[in-house]
Design a protein around this ligand. Structure first.
Ligand code: C5P
Length: 253
């Protein structure tokens, strides 16, 4: 059988050439990494959950007119996406202080911010994805001023959508990261939401208890990551009741 062509292997996903030109198959692995891959593990079932959750968020965004790379889910671990050129920035939107911003500015985690704050980091693992300003982005040509206006608008629309969806199921959207891709329609270039949106790339806290339902569970050793992600999927109604995609086969005597 012919092997399909691997285009790129990242920390949590592998990309393969898609069935048609301009498409890519995005495979979600079970690998979990944190602190620029200093902490690593394999968490059975994580890829399945992130595939389903990213499908849910990206489909919702497409449906409300926020363009994304998502075309369709192919199976439990793979989805078909539109090929795009990734803008070399991680776009972070924060509603509450947490993580690196809380540390950098000496704030208590969970402090509500006066308005959503958007930050940009250069996508460069060797440098540990350093925070950059719009000055750096313009001066080094990573994105134009027009691109930055569009990226800010996309990021805030994604924030409103995600925060609302999460609020509806009793979850507070603390912050998240998205990546942006360029696609070309004839002579025109458009920016779309790419990569993934999942509890790997968001901070999600239960509104009532403050329980963390995101990758901080892995980063900070707070318990079972699959239990946390399964809880998010169940609340959003994307996991059939009683289904455990991560369960090992059981022997039936
Ligand atoms: O670590 P930090 O507080 O800067 O992360 C902000 C948000 O961006 C968190 O939701 C985190 O999960 C996400 N993030 C990510 N990938 C990175 C860095 C941050 O998904 N490389």
């Amino acid at each position: 059988m012919a092997r399909r062509k691997k285009i790129y292997e990242g920390k949590a996903k592998t990309l393969y050439e898609g069935p048609e030109p301009g498409t890519i198959v995005q495979y979600f692995k079970d690998d979990a990494t944190a602190f620029n891959a200093e902490k690593k593990d394999v968490i059975e079932g994580k890829g399945v959950l992130n595939n389903i959750l990213s499908e849910y968020f990206m489909t919702g965004l497409n449906n409300i007119g926020v363009p994304t790379h998502f075309i369709k889910r192919l199976n439990m671990r793979e989805q078909l996406v539109r090929a795009c050129e990734i803008v070399p920035l991680e776009v972070i939107v924060r509603n509450y202080a947490a993580g690196t911003m809380a540390k950098r500015l000496g704030m208590d985690e969970g402090t509500q911010l006066p308005r959503p704050i958007v930050e940009y980091c250069l996508k460069d693992d060797k440098l540990g994805d350093p925070l950059v300003t719009e000055e750096h982005i313009a001066a080094f040509g990573w994105a134009s001023q027009q691109d930055m206006d569009d990226i800010l608008s996309l990021a805030l629309r994604v924030n409103d959508f995600l925060a609302g969806v999460m609020y509806g199921v009793g979850i507070k959207l603390i912050d998240f990261k998205i990546e942006i891709g360029r696609v070309y329609d004839g002579d025109f270039m458009r920016l779309i939401v790419a990569d993934e949106i999942s509890p790997d790339s968001c901070r999600l806290w239960d509104i009532e208890t403050g329980q963390k339902l995101d990758k901080d569970v892995f980063r900070r050793d707070l318990g079972s990551l699959t239990d946390a992600y399964t809880e998010v999927a169940k609340r959003l109604g994307v996991l059939p009741k009683g289904a455990t995609p991560m369960a090992k086969p059981t022997l039936i005597n």
